[in-house]
Write a protein that binds this ligand. Structure first.
Ligand code: ADP
Ligand code: MG
Length: 263
């Protein structure tokens, strides 16, 4: 990665408080097949309230599929997922209610191009939560301020850098007051000099106590911010532990090889 150049303005962001004490995740024996291929082969994962867990691993190891199962974007073929001790994989669970408890940010920010930044952040508040326009705009402006973009409320996505668009996507997720946040390679599509601003926002979210599950290739971020790092390969959790354990003292050949390639 290039060093950030001096032309890049520092991003000033607030520490955002999460819903302290909420947002635990428990994944038990989750399996998922696509046709004949089993891409999750019995995953166990626990995330405590306020904890930040980074998931690392090679492409195709099942990281995105795992996040999508936690968010009920995919149905698991086996195993169970609990949010705050409530099973969300059971029959009859209201999927929309589950999703409203989780904020998810993807690699491609998926903002509505024809809407202003403010409208992008308020639309779900108004349509899903039924909040009035004035109140939704107040919440949206607060969250945009949290990600350092208060002054961009009236811009269109195309007028923003990729990093700014991704910060809007984070503000949009936060506006819904999720109990936990899922991030799937949110900096992978960004020019290198834009990565830091997004990671700064995520670091401050973590400091504010948000429960976070972060799939990332940013090993520096994982080392600095994660409470725990999970290494996945070929549909399994191969190693999990503190950043120091995984990065400084990897046990498996597969993790050693992966780290040799990415570090
Ligand atoms: P990662 O995020 O770690 O790169 P993914 O969870 O995206 O891995 O994918 C795991 C495996 O599942 C890959 O082999 C991928 O091709 C396959 N896969 C993912 N989604 C689908 C899908 N909807 N249909 C078929 N195969 C899929
Ligand atoms: Mg992926």
């Amino acid at each position: 990665h290039r060093e950030s150049s001096s032309e890049v303005p520092a991003v000033s962001v607030a520490v955002v408080s999460g819903n302290a004490g909420a947002g635990s995740v428990r994944v038990e024996g989750v399996r998922k097949c696509f046709g004949p291929v089993e891409v999750l082969k019995g995953i166990d994962l626990r995330v405590a309230p306020g904890e930040v867990v980074c998931i690392i691993g090679p492409s195709g190891s099942g990281k995105s599929t795992l996040l999508r199962v936690i968010n009920r974007l995919e149905e698991p073929d086996g195993g169970r997922v609990f949010i705050d001790d409530e099973e969300i994989t059971g029959k009859g669970v209201d999927i929309n209610a589950v999703r409203s408890r989780l904020g998810m940010v993807f690699q491609n920010f998926n903002l509505f191009p024809h809407m202003t930044v403010l409208a992008n952040v308020t639309i779900a508040l108004r349509q899903v939560k039924g909040i009035s326009k004035a109140e939704a705009e107040r919440i949206a402006r607060d969250r945009l301020e949290d990600v350092g973009l208060a002054e961009k409320a009236n811009s269109r996505p195309a007028q923003l850098s990729g990093g700014q668009q991704q910060r809007v996507a984070i503000a949009r997720a936060l506006a819904m007051q999720p109990e936990l946040m899922l991030f799937d390679e949110v900096t992978s599509a960004l020019d290198p000099e834009l990565v830091k601003g997004v990671l700064d926002v995520m670091t401050n979210l973590a400091k504010g106590g948000m429960t976070m599950v972060v799939v990332t290739h940013e090993m520096g971020f994982a080392r600095r911010v994660a409470d725990r790092v999970v290494f996945m390969d070929q549909g399994k959790v191969v190693e999990a532990g503190s950043p120091e354990q995984l990065f400084d003292d990897p046990q498996s050949d597969r993790l050693k090889k992966f780290l040799a390639e990415v570090l």
